[in-house]
Design a protein around this ligand. Structure first.
Ligand code: HEC
Ligand code: HEC
Length: 268
């Protein structure tokens, strides 16, 4: 049985261009989600899935057409990433995509590599991660670097504050449990491999904290950064989540301008 499966896998991998995984992931999320839909959010879920499938289809087409020579004038970001992350890297609630504008180059490279090597986005319950896994598979090192450079130059957007937590309470949590690695201003720190939090939407961060807590992100033994963050996230109490993210939104209000100015100086 195992041998047959391996044979099948080998055939499948060698016959199918990588971009096909993208379509597969979109189809998969469609099937899986439409099963679980019965419980809640029926109609909203259907439009979301349609929007994701459309965006993924566009990205597939772009990845396909650009897989030969680049001569279209458009960069990797514009051809592929824009379809889901938006023209200014602002992300999209409907597509569940994060605002990646202004993320430092080292962090984007690290995450793309994790998506590609299945350290992130490979868990069966990680439907949004599965899409990025498929995208990352279609990229080579050069294309990753190109996209990362474009993203790093995009101005950060202010963090959305949709969860309406209590920022004053969140401040204590942040100072006590987050600041050490994500810094006083939420910019993250390459030395700790910690991501930049300001600029990300609060609903995206909540989703990631929940993934860490549920063992959907940060569980692979080779994912040292993810493991570290998973440990922190599992210590958080439910009521801390919205509060600490409200504080991050406040930090963003305070520091986004400064971080953008620093990035423009070529500091990143
Ligand atoms: C089909 C839609 C889609 C396309 C196209 C796409 N992404 Fe994503 N991306 C996502 C989703 C959804 C997530 C959120 C994954 C999660 O929830 O863990 C994501 C997450 C990311 C992250 C992680 C951000 C963080 O804060 O950790 C990076 C970096 C990223 N994408 C970069 C890119 C780049 C670069 C491209 C183009 C080469 C691209 N994406 C194209 C859907 C897409
Ligand atoms: C010991 C260092 C450390 C501490 C303390 C820490 N983090 Fe992290 N955090 C990380 C690292 C490292 C990552 C990157 C994980 C990866 O590469 O997948 C991360 C990632 C994250 C992410 C995902 C960002 C993204 O772009 O997807 C969020 C959200 C986050 N941390 C929030 C918090 C919050 C809130 C706290 C405090 C309660 C906190 N972190 C405390 C190290 C830390």
């Amino acid at each position: 049985m195992d041998v047959n499966k391996r044979k099948f896998d080998r055939k499948f991998y060698s016959f199918h261009p990588r971009w096909l995984w993208l379509g597969a992931a979109a189809a998969l999320s469609f099937i899986v989600s439409s099963d679980g839909v019965a419980q809640e959010e029926k109609k909203e879920e259907a439009t979301v899935i349609k929007a994701i499938a459309d965006a993924a289809a566009k990205a597939v087409k772009a990845a396909k057409s650009g897989s030969g020579q680049s001569g279209t004038g458009a960069n990797v970001y514009q051809r592929i990433c824009l379809n889901c992350h938006g023209d200014k890297g602002q992300g999209n609630l409907q597509l569940r995509t994060p605002s990646i504008a202004g993320l430092p180059g080292w962090y984007v490279m690290a995450q793309l590599t994790k998506f590609k090597t299945r350290l992130r986005g490979a868990h069966e319950k990680d439907l949004t991660g599965a899409q990025m896994h498929a995208i990352a598979l279609s990229l080579n090192e050069e294309q990753m670097k190109e996209a990362a450079a474009v993203i790093a130059k995009m101005p950060l957007h202010a963090t959305q504050n949709t969860l309406k937590g209590d920022a004053a309470k969140g401040m204590y949590v942040y100072m006590d449990q987050c600041m050490e690695c994500h810094r006083y201003n939420g910019s993250g720190e390459v030395a700790f491999r910690s991501g930049q939090l300001v600029g990300l939407q609060d609903w995206y961060m909540l989703g990631q904290l929940e993934k860490f807590r549920a063992g959907i992100r940060g569980t692979d033994r080779k994912d040292e950064d993810g493991l570290r963050m998973r440990e922190i996230a599992s210590r958080l109490r439910d009521q801390d989540l919205a509060n600490v993210l409200a504080y991050v939104a406040q930090l963003a209000e305070q520091y986004v301008g400064e971080l953008n100015a620093a990035a423009d100086k070529g500091g990143k």
